[in-house]
Design a protein around this ligand. Structure first.
Ligand SMILES: [Cu+2]
Length: 496
């Protein structure tokens, strides 16, 4: 196969070889045509009530391609360690599938016969559970009871017919592995689209990690989290959901972590139309703008994007709207150094050397390993010492990296106001990094926007036709410029 077009056609027509399989982005799948068996008749821009559903888009996460083996849709998942860039410059070590954490999104149609080959490239045993699937027990992926765990280097082939529809997901059924990224979306489309038909359909997977400064591995024992992610990205690195003014939109929220997340949408009322158990009858739909997505749950919300603007979509737990929260940020902003002699940079979590949990650094940073730690300190905000509370020239590196590093505006008497600071150094110009997260979907956002986006946060951008078209054009250009990535991590890279 020589051309990209030919390759895509083959994969999508179900004749592609696994050896040349490639993880397609949602965009590519949308652009390249439809999945076999999904006869999508929808014309661009038209809102119609018949025909097959639109494909879901999982921002920042690829779709998993498949091939047809007779009448079986065959997918291939590889459990493996993954380097995940949560925000620019912060690459962490997670475990996921096919180079992605969360793993690639699987889309099937009700009635499909599905085979999923799971290879274990992890250093320990794993198993794959199909959450909420009504399948024979030997296909359930419960290690020790329904099957032997898949040993390192091993493979298990799952095969079943799916007679369900809705927002489902797959995940490792090893509890600690769940906490380090091992989940992916599994959307089962109905044969005929629901009414009213949606024009855009998105998936967002909610995850949280406890990752100490200068350490790349999440502490999956910890119960407090400093990195909160939508589809593996924390704001402002999340990719906004782009919709046209007037379109009907579905967002499928999936949570598999240690915390529950009340997800809130600005500017619109939505209705909850589905759970992890599938579609709810319309008589149960009530208006809301915040939906609590509990652990192991999925919630589908739908709304008509009738209010133009860049609207925030975020978890409303305040600590889930922050990045790399540090109990010492407050104190560091009002002292010239830590009691133990650490400077502001390190106090802010930008540790230059050593480990944040070392005997030397741990206690003075107020950080420990979490469970049973003796090094944790409780810190509260208190009035500042007089003087300049923050010297941003201390952070030339950050500026070189593209942080805008503006000066937060504070009143003259700020230091004498009990409670100060709260957000003065956590949000705003200091944290802005518009250029570092530049991408087509961010085009035209208000300058400095990125300083106020963190954690589980993204935008639903409800755009007039011309702005929408412009962003789609930019997207296409970007796709064209990208070098073609043929390798599927962990797989042979032989082409026809
Ligand atoms: Cu939350």
């Amino acid at each position: 196969m020589s051309s990209r077009r030919g390759f895509l056609q083959n994969v999508l027509a179900g004749t592609g070889f696994f050896a040349s399989a490639k993880v397609l982005s949602a965009k590519e799948m949308q652009m390249s045509g439809d999945m076999p068996g999904m006869n999508r008749k929808g014309k661009k821009g038209s809102i119609q009530d018949h025909g097959s559903p639109v494909l879901v888009e999982t921002p920042d996460v690829p779709n998993l391609p498949f091939r047809m083996d007779g009448n079986v849709k065959e997918f291939h998942l590889i459990a493996e360690p993954v380097k995940q860039e949560i925000i620019p410059g912060r690459v962490v070590d997670l475990w996921g599938y096919n180079g992605s954490a969360p793993g690639p999104t699987i889309q099937v149609t009700r009635g499909d016969r599905v085979r999923i080959i799971v290879d274990n490239h992890l250093p320990e045993a794993t198993s794959m559970h199909w959450h909420g699937f009504e399948v024979p027990v030997e296909m359930d992926g419960a290690p020790g009871s329904s099957q032997e765990p898949i040993p390192p280097g091993g493979r298990f082939v799952y095969e079943f017919t799916l007679n369900q529809e809705g927002t489902y997901f797959y995940h490792s059924h090893m509890a600690m592995q769940e906490m380090i990224g091992m989940i992916g979306a599994f959307v089962m489309h109905p044969k005929e689209t629901y009414k009213p038909r949606v024009d855009k359909d998105f998936v967002i997977i909610l995850q949280e990690y406890a990752i100490l400064p200068n350490i790349t591995v999440p502490n999956s024992m910890n119960m407090e989290f400093n990195w909160l992610a939508f589809n593996g990205k924390a704001g402002p690195a999340t990719t906004p959901l782009i919709v046209r003014h007037g379109e009907r939109v579905r967002i499928r929220l999936i949570n598999l972590g240690m915390d529950h997340h009340p997800i809130h949408l600005h500017g619109h009322q939505f209705v909850v139309t589905g759970t992890e158990g599938g579609r709810q009858p319309e008589s149960t739909w009530g208006p809301g703008n915040t939906v609590l997505v509990g652990v192991a749950q999925a919630r589908d919300v739908e709304f008509v994007a009738n209010n133009p603007g860049d609207w925030m979509l975020h978890c409303h737990l305040p600590h889930h709207m922050m990045n790399q929260m540090s109990s010492m940020v407050g104190p560091m902003s009002r002292r010239n150094g830590m009691p133990a002699g650490l400077d502001m940079e390190r106090g802010m979590g930008m540790l230059r050397q050593g480990s944040a949990t070392s005997e030397e650094n741990g206690p003075s940073l107020g950080r420990g390993l979490g469970v049973g730690s003796t090094a944790e300190q409780t810190m509260s905000n208190s009035p500042l010492k007089a003087g300049n509370p923050m010297q941003r020239q201390d952070m030339p590196d950050m500026q070189q990296q593209g942080m805008q590093m503006g000066k937060p505006e504070v009143s003259k008497d700020a230091n004498s106001v009990p409670g100060f600071p709260q957000d003065a150094f956590m949000e705003g110009p200091m944290m802005a990094m518009d250029k570092m997260v530049d991408k087509p979907e961010n085009f035209g956002l208000r300058p400095g926007w990125s300083g106020f986006m963190a954690g589980m946060m993204t935008f639903v951008r409800v755009l007039p036709q011309d702005k929408y078209d412009h962003i789609m054009e930019l997207r296409k250009k970007q796709e064209g410029n990208k070098p073609m990535k043929m390798d599927m991590p962990g797989m042979g890279n032989k082409h026809e």
